[in-house]
Write a protein that binds this ligand. Sequence first.
Ligand code: AGP
Length: 591
Amino acid sequence: MCGIIAALSYNDNISNNLISALERLEYRGYDSAGIAYLDNNSSLQRIRTVGKVQLLKETVERQQIKSHIGIGHTRWATHGTVTEFNAHPHTADGVAIVHNGIIENYQELKKGLVNEGYVFESETDTEVIAKLIASHIKSGKTFFEAFKQSVNELVGTFAITAIYEKEPHILLGAKKGSPMAVGISPDKQSGYIASDAVALSTLANELAYLEEGDIVVVKKEDQILYEIFESNGQKIRREIVPNKVSLNDVSKNGYESFMLKEIFEEATVARKTYERFNYNIDISKFNNISIIACGTSYYAGIVAKYWIEAIAKIHVDVEIASEFRYRNPVLTKNSLYIFISQSGETIDTLCAMRLVKEAGIKTLALVNVDTSSIAREADFTIKTEAGVEIGVASTKAFVAQMLSLLMLCCRNIDIEAIERSINAILNGDHDIAKLANKIKDCRSLFYIGRGVNYPIALEGALKIKELSYISAEGYPAGEIKHGPIAIIDENIYTMALAPYDKYFDKTISNAREILARNGKILLITTNDAKNFLHGIDKNENVECVFLPENNPLYLPFSLTTFIHLLAYYTAKAKGHDVDKPRNLAKSVTVE
Ligand code: AGP
C-alpha cells in the first residue's frame, strides 16, 4: 500500500506539513516519495526521490518552497519498478495526482489516451488517472467534473487526491477500496486529505472518513472547508470523529526504533486489552468458528484454535484470507466468522469478509484500527487495544490479538501473570543480542514447536524473514522428520520452542533427531524443564534459554516477546532498518 496526503492552506508553508505527514505515512510504504505543489505563479511543480522520505525532505528543504496547495505520496511499488519516473505524483497538463490502490483497467484506458496523443513517462497505473482527468478537462469539463468522470471510469481500488494549476483553490479526493480521511486544522487555516489518522496526528484534531464511492472537495473560500459527495452526486455529511492518534503514538519516546518501543509496550498492551475487553459474544452458541486473516494476524488465529478447541470445545478453522476468498468456500450459517487484522485495511481479509457478508452471514472483526474499512464493514467489531503500531513488523498487536481471542473463550485470566510473563523477558537477562549474533549469518533457519507453540514458531520465522531477510521456516516439530530434516546440516540453526508443557518430551525428541544430523539448536525452554533435559543441554550444538513462565496457558505470551526480541536484535546486528524493512509495507491494500 502507499501513503497519500494533500493540503490546501491560507499559509504558504504547506510543504513542511506535506513532508511531516509523509514521514508518518512511511509505514505504509517507502520505495519512493514525492510532492507536487502550485508555486506563487500557480504553476505546477514536482519533486520526487527514490528511497525513504528523508531524502525527499532534504531535497524539499533546500528549495525553500512557498506554496498554499500541494499533494504528497510515499510508495510501495505495485506497477513498475522503484524508479523516479514511477514515483508519484504523476502529472498531465497541469494536473497532478497521487494514488493508493490498483487500477485494474488501466491498460485499456491507457490505449485510449495514447490514441488521443498522450505520451506516458511511467509504467504505473496511476499516470493513467492524471492523463484521463487532463483529457476530460481538454474536452471542456471543469476540474471537478473531469475528476468525477475519470473516477467513474476507473475499475479497481483507489484513494486518490489531485490538484490542478488552473484551479488553485480546490483539492479533490476520491475513495474506493483504499482508506481516506479529511480534516481541517484547529486554526481553520488548512484543510487536509490523507490515507489515515496517523498522517494527520499533528495537523487535524477531527476527521471524517470517506465511504466507498465518496468524492471530497476541499476548498478555500472565506474559510477552508470541505464537502463530501456520494457516488450519486448527493452531498453527504460523514460523521466527524476525534483524531485519536496522539503525538506520543507517532513518537519513539526515547527508543531507537518504533519496533523496540512497541515490543516494550507488549505487557502494557496486554493489560489495556484485558481491562477494556467488554464484548458479550457467547461463542458457545456456534457449532464452528472460522478465523480468516493474513500474516501475523493469521498466526494469532492458529493460537486461538488451540485455545478455543481445548477450552470451549468448539471446532475452529483458520484460513489464509487470499486462499479463502477464491476457493469457493462452503459457508455455514451457524458458524462464527472472525476476521483478524491489525490495520483493518488488508484487502485480502476485507474481501474475504465481504464474501461472507454477501452470503448473509454475520461477521466479527478483530482489528486494531476501529476507523478502518474492515471495522466499518463488519457486523460486529472487537478492538484490540495495542495503540498505533508504526513498526512494519507487527509485534504488540499480535499480543493484543492473542489476548482478545483468549478472552473470547476464557474470562478468568490472571492478567498479572501474563504481564509478569512478558516483563520477565523484557527485563530479563537472557542476553538475546548475544543469541542473535549466533544466528545472524545463517543461510537458513527453522523454528519448530508443538501444539500452541507451533504458531509461535511460525510467527518467529516470519519476523526473522521480515527483518533479517534470512530464509526461515516455521514447522510443527513433529513434522520435521517427514522430509524437511533432509535440509539439516551443520549450517542450519533450529529454534526449538520447547517449554515444559505437555509437548516437551516429544519436542526434545525432535530436537535430538536434528542434533543427530549435526544441526544446531537454540532450545527455548523454561526453568521448570531443567531437571528433565537428560543431557541435551550439554550437547555442544545446543544453546539453552530458560524462560521463567510455568503456566502453559500464558506461555505463548512470553515465547512471543522472546522471539520478537530475537528477531529485533538479529536485524539490528545485520544493520537493517527494523521499522521499515525492505520490500514491505505495514498494510497490504493491494492483492
Ligand atoms: C506482520 O509482521 C506482517 N507485517 C504482515 O504479515 C501482517 O501481519 C499482514 O500483512 C496482515 O496485516 P493486518 O494484520 O494489518 O491485516
